[in-house]
Design a binder for this molecule. Structure first.
Ligand code: GLU
Length: 443
């Protein structure tokens, strides 16, 4: 039956390779659960689960600083709302298309379920490239994007946040336009807001911090800890930087990170204040970091962090960035844990190689769920019109990450796949969403 469903997904979504990959990975985990719980095959449950509830595509025209008009494409895929309002980020990057947004929305549905919070799954974005654009241009783009999207949003309907290319600046412009059009101060309609106007403490840190908390839990199952370990992260955005920060706090040394131009090796450990300044404030490239850091760091144009020996690798840049060749290099260099900070950064062949070599591997839908979980905490604060302290919020985040880890670990065990976090995450996420869908009838 699952083969047939997958064949249908291939035909109906022709050419959408990332979406196929994400669906396949989940379907491959399901035979054991469908055998034990045949009720989850009823009423075409799996067929409904792989079909988004709604897919929106729209034109986004905007004017650059020289007066030229550009036309981008906007997307929002509202994938599944069985557990709560659609929830998931917006990605602004030239690679964004319907395929990418669908794969991300599908993954998000399971990720959000695993958090145990009342949020459904969705994702959106645009092929707009913010790189090199002025603040004014980004603002005009965001306003145009929201002028179309606002009608589909609402704190009980669909709640976007950031993703690649969308941070506090963009969320500010998007929120301002939503507020202006609707004449409502509906704080819970977007998450990742600034702390002075409805945002949550620890939201910027949450994905990276949560990723490291999850990694620490995995190590704990083998009686090991992060203290003293050598770590590499790929990427140098919000997730990578905050993962590096938390890993350092726990006593690890983070020796490398990357961007689309190359990677930087910093044997004594990355200078995180400098990295934040260069990447998050100045919006510069990593060669600028290496230049300002002086002799401590080496920049390798086109280099990849996977070639640098490490105990822990945290792929936190983008989908399919860690292939089988990279996995074999990591294994050869003695890697112990790979945990995904990005969404689906490891190819299926690489996952297989890592698992066969006995490396602990955590899929993004479990390991990077701390971001969206803290978004749900932001919604909770907005609904009750309070702001928690950084410590309270981080404590809640740590609790949630432990819960996700234990759910995946125990589910994998229960279904005869001990230590297989991919199976554990897929099965647990499927049971949570599937049970809710069955209870709510054929819709
Ligand atoms: N884009 C993030 C993710 O991939 C966060 C989504 C959110 O906070 O809604 O989970």
């Amino acid at each position: 039956m699952l083969e047939e469903i997958y064949g249908h997904v291939l035909r109906r979504n022709a050419g959408e390779r990332e979406f196929h990959q994400a669906v396949r990975e989940v379907l491959e985990s399901l035979p054991v659960v469908l055998e034990r719980r045949p009720e989850l095959c009823q009423a075409s449950l799996v067929e409904r689960l792989v079909e988004p509830e709604r897919q929106l595509m729209f034109r986004v025209p905007w004017t650059d600083d020289d007066g030229h008009v550009h036309v981008n494409r906007g997307f929002r895929v509202e994938f599944n709302s069985a557990l709560g309002p659609y929830k998931g980020g917006l990605r602004f990057h030239p690679s964004v298309n319907l395929d990418i947004v669908k794969f991300l929305g599908f993954e998000q549905t399971f990720k959000n379920a695993l958090t145990g919070m009342p949020i459904g799954g969705g994702k959106g974005g645009s092929d707009f490239d913010p790189k090199g654009r002025s603040d004014d241009e980004v603002m005009r783009f965001c306003q145009s994007f929201m002028t179309e999207l606002y009608r589909h949003l609402g704190e009980h309907t669909d709640v976007p946040a950031g993703d690649t290319g969308v941070g506090a600046r963009e969320i500010g412009y998007l929120f301002g336009q939503y507020r202006r059009i609707t004449n409502r101060y509906e704080a819970g309609v977007l998450t990742g807001k600034g702390i002075g106007w409805g945002g949550s403490h620890a939201r910027p840190e949450a994905t990276g911090y949560g990723l490291v908390a999850f990694t620490a839990e995995m190590l704990r199952t083998r009686g090991e800890e992060l203290d003293g370990m050598r770590v590499v992260v790929s990427g140098s955005g919000n997730v990578a930087i905050h993962a590096a920060e938390k890993a350092e706090q726990l006593g690890a040394t983070v020796v490398a990170c990357s961007d689309s131009g190359g990677c930087v090796l910093d044997e004594k450990g990355l200078d995180l204040d400098l990295l934040k300044q260069v990447k998050l404030v100045d919006r510069e490239r990593l060669d600028v970091y290496a230049e300002r850091r002086g002799s401590a760091a080496t920049y390798r144009a086109d280099g990849r962090v996977w070639d640098i020996p490490c105990d822990v690798a945290l792929p936190s840049a983008t989908q399919n960035e860690l292939d089988e060749d990279a996995a074999r290099t990591l294994i050869g260099n003695g890697v112990r844990v790979v945990a995904e900070g990005a969404n689906m950064p490891t190819t299926p062949e690489a996952v297989r190689a890592l698992r066969e070599a006995g490396v602990l591997f955590a899929p993004g839908k479990a390991a990077n769920a701390g971001g969206v979980a803290t978004s749900a905490l932001e919604m909770q604060q907005n609904a009750s019109r309070v702001t928690w302290s950084f410590e309270t919020t981080e404590d809640r985040l740590s609790e949630i990450m432990r819960h996700i880890h234990d759910t995946c670990y125990e589910t994998a065990d229960r279904y005869g796949r001990p230590g297989d976090y991919v199976a554990g995450a897929n099965i647990a996420g499927f049971e949570l969403v599937g049970d809710a869908m069955l209870a709510q009838g054929v819709i």
